[in-house]
Design a protein around this ligand. Sequence first.
Ligand code: COI
Length: 361
Amino acid sequence: METLETREYPIRINRIAKSRIESVDFSKIPFGKVFSDHMFYADYVNGKWTNATIEPYGNISFAPSISGLHYGQLIFEGMKAYKNEAGDTLLFRPLMNYDRMVKSAKRMAMPAVPKEIFKEGLQELLRLDNDWIPPRPGASLYIRPFMFATDEYVGIRPSENYRFMIFTCPVGPYYDRPVKVKVAEKYVRAFEGGTGQAKTAGNYAATLMPVIEAKEQGFDQILWLDGCHFEEVHEIGTMNVFFVIDGTVVTPSTEKGTILEGVTRDSVIKIFEHKGVPVEVRPLKIAEVVEAHEKGLLHDAFGAGTAATIAHISEIGYKGKHMILPDVKDRPISNMVKEELINIKRGRTADPFDWIYTVPA
Ligand code: COI
């Protein structure tokens, strides 16, 4: 066991005896099923962060009574690491993920993980498992930081103890074809005053059964609407949503706290602004989308997220109608932003926004 002295939190490192990397076929990696050699963790005990450790990826042991398993104090993040042509490891806007995790923690009555633990733990993990970052186009290393409550306690109150962890997995595309979305007519993902903006497990669990029903009807995902009137467009659950209506990009605003503040969402908006593409961030009613489609003005619709990157929407189902969108090759606006985003993330083009963080070797 070696110990890495960082400024405040030393990281103990217990390396894997033999890497598993040779067993992985990097030419066909399913999303989220292959895990790199190591994982990082740190514990929040008696009001202090301690026990920062890197170990071989594997099972962890906790009591069945830990409150994170029962009352849902569980938050997470999704990030990706890339290799540029020189072999450097690049992260895309990592501090935005950190800040969002701090916000999610606040909403879920959890402590903020110190920036140093998040950053040093992640960097050290990426250095150790550097060979797991797939250099191939279309592939990357997905990073999953998460935190859960560890009090052995049955009862409703915030836990006093927590574990923060990071593991990584080499991934290919999350969606390998354009997605068909069904507009929510019966179920609700988020409502004002709820937890819609927090990246917390319950938000995702609540969508699983409705998505099964949508799949039975031939759709891949649900386009969520507001929970009061089923009027305003929120997001897709796995990604934020954008529409191109008569040449203008429109995406719902996040100010009501019901929509995840996606890193990719923010980046897409900024790229459009930078490129002079008209973009409006505002409340958007599903009726406006339907009307635009009826008038032949709905030129494009796409999702944006870390896992999904830019995912074209091929069809929107609403009240028994099927709104079919143009062929992917006829979507200049989403295709442009997709390429620009990928090129910035992989260090293939100038980064006018200063978004890329190169992990020190
Ligand atoms: C991400 O985009 O990172 C997410 O957490 C969403 C999930 C579909 C993997």
